[in-house]
Design a protein around this ligand. Sequence first.
Ligand SMILES: *[C@@H]1O[C@H](CO)[C@@H](O)[C@H](O)[C@H]1NC(C)=O
Ligand SMILES: *[C@@H]1O[C@H](CO)[C@@H](O)[C@H](O)[C@H]1NC(C)=O
Ligand SMILES: *[C@@H]1O[C@H](CO)[C@@H](O)[C@H](O)[C@H]1NC(C)=O
Length: 314
Amino acid sequence: MSFVLSLFAIAATLGSFAAADPACQNTLAIYNPNIRSTCINATWFVLPVTTSSVQALVPYPLLLPPYSDQTLFPHGFPPTAHPVLLSSGYQNDIRMANLQIPSLKQASIYIPYTDRLKDGKTAFNYPLLNYIGGTDGGSSQSDISFLQAIVPTLVGTAEGTNLLIAQITPGNDAYAALTSSPTELSTSVKQIVLPNPVSGPAVEPEVFDLDFITARSSSSLYTPHTFHALINQPEILTNGACQRNTYYFNETFSAPVLRSGNATVYGPLAGAAPSQLAGVYTKAGGYSASGQMVGYNAEACDVAAASADPKAYQ
Ligand SMILES: *[C@@H]1O[C@H](CO)[C@@H](O)[C@H](O)[C@H]1NC(C)=O
Ligand SMILES: *[C@@H]1O[C@H](CO)[C@@H](O)[C@H](O)[C@H]1NC(C)=O
Ligand SMILES: *[C@@H]1O[C@H](CO)[C@@H](O)[C@H](O)[C@H]1NC(C)=O
């Protein structure tokens, strides 16, 4: 089953959807009718994790990222660390041909600067964990029962992409403001582990939380270019191919904002992320924006890299 059909089948089980949000418009579907496109309102964080710990999670060598490039790392980067890219957001108006999903939640942990071709220079994203969730939270008991029936046949078979199901909070927005302190924003991701007849209801181990505020531009660890350059590295699929998921942040409603905050990653003792990433990362650097995403079909990895649009990396 193709990735898109899997996505649509999973989405159909996740219960009621919020209506497509008119603010985050899919403006590229009209130019890309036969491939997947959407508007993604998301927050990305870069975490510095000890390189040997990251390498233990990735079945390809890691590249040495260009830490001395001040357009990417204006304040440098710990030389013994590798960037890990967290994202959590809201996909609005997902389209391919005549299919449309009004909205979905998504979250992921990716490892950029992975040397998929082993050429010592071409950067790819290795997807460590990839989650989708319903925009109503997708975790009511009826949703869980549906998922229990359908997920084993879909997840892992979605054309080279391992998709897991999560409850991503807030359900109907990209992130939420604390009522006690409206400038403090947050989002959290909990993996839904399907119940079996013995264990009863689904358990929901935490994956990560992001708690953040708007960064002062003078002290921001990164620039918008940092995030564009990391997010746009082609994704490594499980089937030997790669995929370009190209993001553009040039619409009037893209509203890019640099963030500063705390990311808490829950390892296997308390949650669902690998132990190598577990911890509280304070004063981490992030980015919130609404991007136009075009997801191309799977390609040979060298072709995906050579076809990447340099404008998207800017
Ligand atoms: C993105 O999400 C934030 C938080 O929910 C919201 O304030 C903002 O209006 C959204 N932007 C768009 C273009 O939908
Ligand atoms: C991050 O954690 C520190 C230390 O616990 C706390 O003082 C700060 O308010 C937190 N920041 C956010 C945005 O939650
Ligand atoms: C954004 O950039 C893409 C790629 O260069 C281009 O196709 C699109 O027209 C641009 N959108 C706007 C609103 O400038």
